[in-house]
Write a protein that binds this ligand. Structure first.
Ligand code: IPD
Ligand code: CA
Ligand code: CA
Length: 263
């Protein structure tokens, strides 16, 4: 089946998973740790189980890659699923988290849905058909100057041992922009770039399920998405991603690739 037949399905599924997360908000229960600072709650698992079951029942020829449960199925159409993006926030009752789903043909995201259940904000995009928030068409910002830009980034859970901990770039951009935020949900970071709320986002060492949906949203909203060295294919392992309103891309790349000392 085609992409259009999956859009309403994905919107409905993200909404239902988001409603499940909202029921757990404020009483997330026990937190298990996958790594030194990488938490998982019962709601990550329940949301993913709901999403995986619905995709497999409705599109048995598709495969699913979920953050918590890995891969199931071997179809050529592939879903990337982050059932709860922003787990640290969720576990601390900070209302910034989302469900995010992307459908890929080959290596290319062609459908992306990111739902913020606390604000009832449903972002989606499909290839060639624009990016949308609750029925309103999205456009990236028109900011052309780095010193007027509001930026957003994140840090890897492996920050204590990561070869690139992003702290040097965080400092460099903080000195050159209006400010750098850290919300804790890469899927929302990208959706907010598509919506023109932020002017650019970058991150290293993130999962494909974190960014696939938002990458498509930014492109469909008129922005540009590359690796942090300017090359194509941010989803290639190890992931590095720069998503901007397109105007700021050269200035962002210049800072990301300068030889300044890092922290
Ligand atoms: C994390 C968030 C965070 C990003 C991390 C991700 P999770 O996802 O998207 O913003 O900086 O790299 O792993 O664990 O909350 O699904
Ligand atoms: Ca995530
Ligand atoms: Ca997650």
């Amino acid at each position: 089946m085609t992409v259009p037949s999956r859009i309403d399905f994905a919107l409905d599924l993200a909404r239902r998973a988001g409603e499940l997360l909202r029921t757990g908000y404020g009483h997330a229960g026990s937190v298990r740790y996958k790594g030194p600072i990488d938490p998982v709650t019962e709601y990550d698992l329940r949301s993913e189980a709901m999403i995986r079951e619905a995709i497999q029942r409705t599109f048995p020829d598709d495969s699913v890659v979920g953050e918590e449960g890995g891969i199931s199925g071997d179809g050529t159409g592939r879903w990337l699923v982050d059932p709860l993006d922003g787990t640290v926030n969720f576990a601390h009752a900070v209302p910034i988290f989302a469900v995010t789903l992307a459908y890929l043909q080959g290596d290319r995201p062609v459908l992306g849905v990111t739902y913020d259940p606390m604000r009832d904000e449903m972002f989606h995009a499909s290839a060639g058909n624009g990016a949308w928030l609750n029925g309103q068409r999205l456009h990236v910002s028109a900011c052309k100057q780095l010193d007027r830009a509001l930026l957003i980034t994140g840090f890897p859970y492996g920050i204590q041992s990561a070869p690139n901990n992003n702290l040097g770039h965080y400092a460099a951009f903080t000195m050159r922009s209006l400010g750098v935020r850290r919300l804790g949900s890469a899927a929302l970071d990208l959706a907010y770039v598509a919506a023109g709320r932020f002017d650019a986002y970058w991150e290293f060492g993130i999962g494909p399920w974190d960014v696939a949906s938002g990458m498509l949203m930014v492109e469909e909203a008129g922005g540009r998405v590359t690796r942090t060295d300017g090359q194509p294919d941010p989803l290639r392992d190890p992931i590095s991603i720069l998503a901007s309103n397109a105007w700021l891309h050269p200035a962002m790349l210049a800072v990301l690739n300068s030889n300044e000392p890092t922290v």
